[in-house]
Design a protein around this ligand. Sequence first.
Ligand SMILES: [Zn+2]
Length: 277
Amino acid sequence: MRISSGLILVAMVAYSLAARALPLEAAVPGGLVLVPLGTAAQAPQAWFQDKRVAVLRDRGGWVALVGLPLGLEFGVHELRVVAADGAEAMKPLHVAAKHYALQRFTVPDQRKVEPLPEDELRIAREQQRLGEIKAAFRDEPGLEPDLKFRQPAQGRLSGNFGLRRIINGLARNPHAGIDIAVPVGTPVHAAGAGVIVDTGDYFFNGNSVYIDHGQGIVTLYCHLERSDVRPGERVAAGQRIGLSGNTGRASGPHLHWTVIANGTAVDPRLFLPRATR
Ligand SMILES: [Zn+2]
């Protein structure tokens, strides 16, 4: 009997290790769902709202990781799945409602909240660039995205994902990431392995580093003092990519961290180990 209970323990540990490679599910706007797609030899492809989604290996089968936009209506949505032989199927996604709290705060630089007419061209150009980065789908055969993310800087969580925001008294977009309160100059590390897709000084995001982890999973690190990496460079999980700062539209020194899946921002905490969530 001792042997069989030992075997059960080993099986449970193996199961939890295997399960740890995938993020947590939260079937709400701003969350994500994991949809089993069978055990065919070749990976199927899947689309949600015409955006391709990540399809990952999981315990001998395939699973789609579907990011749910913050503005998504609750109810039943559909995932379009195309098998390697071309057979098409629709899978239902059940999405519950979620209420996000309201946050009011002040940004000292009013121009970052109410941009001047001469800022508009720059902002439009940066929005277009960010749109391209979020929409990219890098699918390299045999290369699985590394989604066992680590928190990119150590510090107190000072701003939750999804907060509806009033900045300097004006309604602005909801919070598309999490804020980690850290002093200027704190090392910032890549959440997972990937390729640097862009760095630079963005009007709202400030000095930023954007990392593509493959299959439409992208992470953004914003308001940095400086970045230590260049576009095209490959980074390892945990590699230092820059120093935190207070640049762009920021109310004080902190690191803003966003996780994108199929073109939409989802709650980064779903990708972190349980202890840090
Ligand atoms: Zn933020």
